[in-house]
Design a protein around this ligand. Structure first.
Ligand SMILES: Cc1cc2nc3c(=O)[nH]c(=O)nc-3n(C[C@H](O)[C@H](O)[C@H](O)COP(=O)(O)OP(=O)(O)OC[C@H]3O[C@@H](n4cnc5c(N)ncnc54)[C@H](O)[C@@H]3O)c2cc1C
Length: 401
């Protein structure tokens, strides 16, 4: 046997699984990181918003690192304490426990970068036997007590394989290896929309610390559909109703050096909003933009090959209308462009869980386990990636040796 465990992928889900597995002394773990030269997939032909990155580190190279405090939807049995402990591992000087259960989010100064963490783990002594392989899985097969991965550069055998290739690539791999019915042909996502403007509302509570900033959020009105609402200062050109979402709809969501790219786009309103999102600095604005993030089940049809995602616009519109209707603020001036919405880049639920169960994949004790968002059917309204990392960590940590 080459390894006790193989993790396919090197993004946030893979990092969580690897951290959990490496809690077992002497366990031999191989990470298939993906190809040396990565490439993006995009939501549509405009290529303004990425939806996957096939390469070392995955989308974890680009994410903003936002971690919600509410834990509206738990993706594992991890207690608040276990969640806070893992958070403390990355951000020892920020006190998550104080904010736990309150709607809002933590924006770190330094987002977790999975490849950096995996490389650090592979270097550190202490019984860890972690191997980072720059290679891509082509297919896999499994028996009752082991699994075998055929990759571009070699074959690897292990007692267990952990799939963390992301919401689009994990179904591809299972489809290639087993049958087409592994993929649902649809995928769910968060959608981000502009709800309107609020004048003279108290500014959101902000707590700035050494590792990042905690920003207040708001849930939907009681009894209404789920959503997570945030307030951002509406300054300069963003004082005009709908101007912000119109600009965002054109430019999408840039990866990498966000502030520098925004500065080039010469919208002071967008720059002011980005500074607030990133650093939480009070601006004294008397006008705020209200945004909502919500989960849209089956937001996209998902096909194989190029131009894979087709937005199911009527379903997205129904969900954003419900979020506008459920907004919790009094005196809001509603948006006049309700048709505009942005993808949340939180794709999930792309696998057919029944088809997987029939093959014995992801069942307790199975040699093939799925730890990324492709197998998550309900992530709630909050940013899910750190919660997914915690769930993967939990699975790796308590996996039998
Ligand atoms: C600009 C931006 C900002 C974001 N901000 C946030 C945020 O603030 N908060 C939040 O919660 N989420 C955020 N996200 C979403 C977040 O980045 C993703 O949810 C998360 O990174 C997904 O992690 P993953 O490990 O499941 O998959 P991925 O990051 O997609 O990783 C998949 C991995 O699998 C590898 N792989 C794929 N196929 C194969 C194969 N056949 N063989 C071997 N390896 C393979 C890839 O190389 C990659 O390493 C953001 C995303 C973007 C783009």
């Amino acid at each position: 046997m080459d390894f006790d465990d193989i993790v396919i992928g090197s993004g946030l889900a893979a990092l969580g699984a690897a951290m959990g597995l490496c809690r077992h002394q002497g366990r031999r773990v191989g990470i298939l990181c993906g190809p040396a030269h990565g490439c993006f997939d995009y939501y549509d032909q405009h290529k303004t918003v990425p939806c996957a990155f096939h390469g070392a580190g995955g989308l974890g190279n680009f994410w903003h690192g936002v971690i919600p405090t509410g834990r509206v939807r738990r993706l594992s049995s991890a207690s608040d304490e276990a969640f806070a402990n893992l958070f403390r591992h990355f951000y020892p000087r920020a006190d998550m426990a104080v904010h736990m259960g309150q709607p809002g989010q933590f924006v770190p100064w330094r987002p977790i970068r999975p490849m950096r963490e995996l490389q650090r783990m592979a270097r550190v002594d202490g019984g860890r036997d972690l191997h980072l392989l720059i290679d891509s899985a082509v297919s896999l097969a499994f028996g009752s007590a082991h699994a075998e991965v055929v990759a571009a550069l070699g074959r690897y055998r292990a007692h267990r394989v952990w799939l963390a290739a992301g919401a689009l690539h994990t179904p591809d791999l299972l489809t290639r290896s087993f049958s087409a019915d592994m993929a649902r042909g649809r995928v769910s996502d968060h959608v981000f929309c502009y709800v309107g403007q609020l004048a003279h509302h108290p500014a959101p509570e902000v707590q700035t610390g050494l590792d990042g900033v905690f920003l207040q959020g708001w849930p939907a009105s009681p009894g209404a559909s789920e959503g997570l609402y945030s307030l951002r200062p509406a300054l300069f050109d963003f004082r005009r109703l709908d101007h912000g979402i119109e600009r965002r709809a054109v430019f999408g969501l840039p990866t990498g050096h966000l502030i520098r790219k925004l500065a080039r786009r010469s919208s002071p309103g967008l720059l002011a909003e980005a500074f607030y999102n990133r650093f939480g600095r009070p601006t004294g604005a008397h006008l705020h933009s209200v945004y909502a993030q919500l989960q849209v089940r089956d937001a996209y049809d998902l096909a194989a090959g190029a131009a894979r995602l087709q937005a199911r616009t009527a379903d997205i519109r129904r969900a954003t209308d419900a979020a506008r209707h459920s907004q919790p603020f009094v005196g809001l001036i509603p948006s006049k462009r309700p048709e505009l919405a942005l993808p949340g880049i939180h794709l999930h639920h792309s696998l057919d869980l029944d088809a997987m169960a029939r093959l014995g994949i992801d069942e307790p004790g199975s040699p093939v386990q799925v730890v990324d968002a492709s197998a998550l059917s309900d992530i709630g309204p909050e940013h899910h990636s750190f919660e997914m990392l915690v769930a993967a960590h939990q699975r790796g940590r308590f996996a039998p040796t």
